[in-house]
Design a protein around this ligand. Structure first.
Ligand code: XIL
Length: 363
């Protein structure tokens, strides 16, 4: 049997060989290039340790057409103490992206989970001033350099049992539910060019909490629009959890309903938790790939979905990898949630993603 050059590349990809330098072989087309052919923007989150490894930096530059700053712009990272502001790592990511003309998304301004101890010790009045100052200074500092801001991240968490299912934390305490509108209006004022995004987790889960989050999110979009705040897109994280009930077709219906609000939809943090899949790497990678394929095929049928971003590209850079190593430094089964392995070779998930991108029906 004679394989074409393309088939050879994909066979190599399947063997995990194509990502390594193979004299005479070009790497398979990048996910960014394949997505772009269907008018879709593909990218990844990025951290400063990505840049420390030249091979990893090259992978990210090759595959992505947009980056999200993984943690270097979070409140607690930028402001470890009340009067410090440390944008150095974010600046390094912006410089790297600028050199390749890759746009960057800011993540995130008002997230109730990024709350350093010094913030929690403030009075209500001081907390209010801290959010206003954080937005004015941070958005002002990066103004003109960002494609978009995840202005508010994860507004809902039914587990906190609060009215409206809002997530508990400093910003809700300080302003009540109005912190959301306030954050959007201040961000728009400080960087009129950045697109403003409301980002949420767990909308993909077909659980009671998932249903409450979806309903609450629709209500919040309506409220922001009613309040006259500019909202350009809703980000749906897409940390897929195969162990929870899920329904890709029904999720696509929810995405279509969101899109009737005349906003774009971004998939902002895609990855697949492989905990419940077999230890065997071949079987596990196949199951992860199939999960990506089904989710993306359903969601990309909605024309408002303009962007797909994975939460890192290589398994070794995943937050799941870091959490597993932290829990057990000698762990032998490490998570494989992403399209590239720890040696930066494409996995079956890469093939599944490119197939789903290619098959997207034209809008
Ligand atoms: C994660 C980062 O990747 C980790 O490095 C950090 O320790 C914790 O947060 N949803 C989000 C992201 O919106 O900000 C989270 O990122 C992953 C879940």
């Amino acid at each position: 049997m004679k394989l074409s050059r393309r088939e050879t590349l994909f066979a190599l990809a399947g063997l995990g060989l194509a990502g390594k330098a193979q004299p005479g072989f070009a790497a398979p087309a990048s996910l960014g290039a394949i997505a772009a052919e269907q008018g879709l923007l593909f990218g990844t989150s990025i951290a400063s340790d990505t840049l420390a490894d030249p091979a990893q930096a090259a992978l990210y530059r090759r595959e992505a057409r947009i980056f999200t700053v993984d943690y270097a712009m979070k409140f607690g990272f930028l402001r470890p103490t009340a009067d410090s502001f440390q944008p150095g790592e974010a600046d390094a990511i912006l410089a790297f992206a600028r050199a390749s003309a890759i746009p960057v998304r800011g993540h995130t301004l008002a997230w109730n989970e990024s709350r350093p101890d010094w913030l929690m010790a403030l009075s209500t009045a001081e907390m209010r001033a801290a959010l206003d100052r954080h937005i004015d200074e941070t958005v002002g500092y990066f103004a003109g350099q960002l494609h978009s801001w995840d202005v508010v991240n994860e507004p809902f968490w039914p587990g906190h049992r609060l009215p409206g299912h809002f997530r508990d934390g400093p910003w809700l305490d300080a302003f009540g539910e109005d912190y959301v509108t306030r954050a959007f209006k201040r961000t728009a004022a400080a960087d009129p060019a950045a697109r403003l995004v409301l980002n949420e987790a767990m909308t993909e889960a077909w659980t009671e909490d998932g249903a409450l989050i979806r309903k609450s999110l629709l209500g919040l979009v309506d409220r922001l629009q009613h309040d006259g705040a500019r909202l350009d897109a809703v980000g749906l994280q897409g940390h897929l959890l195969p162990q929870k009930p899920h329904d890709d077709a029904a999720f696509a219906d929810f995405v279509a309903e969101l899109a009737t609000r005349k906003i774009d939809i971004y998939i902002t943090e895609l990855d697949v938790d492989d905990t419940v899949f077999p230890d065997d790497i071949g079987a596990r990678d196949a199951a992860v790939a199939e999960h990506y394929r089904q989710f993306l095929t359903a969601v990309l049928a909605v024309p408002a979905v303009k962007m797909v971003i994975t939460w890192q590209l290589a398994d070794s850079a995943s937050w799941y990898d870091h959490a597993a190593r932290e829990a057990d430094p000698d762990a032998t089964r490490l998570p494989r949630p992403l399209p590239f392995d720890a040696h930066f070779a494409p996995k079956p998930a890469h093939g599944a993603m490119s197939a789903a991108f290619t098959a997207r029906r034209p809008a």
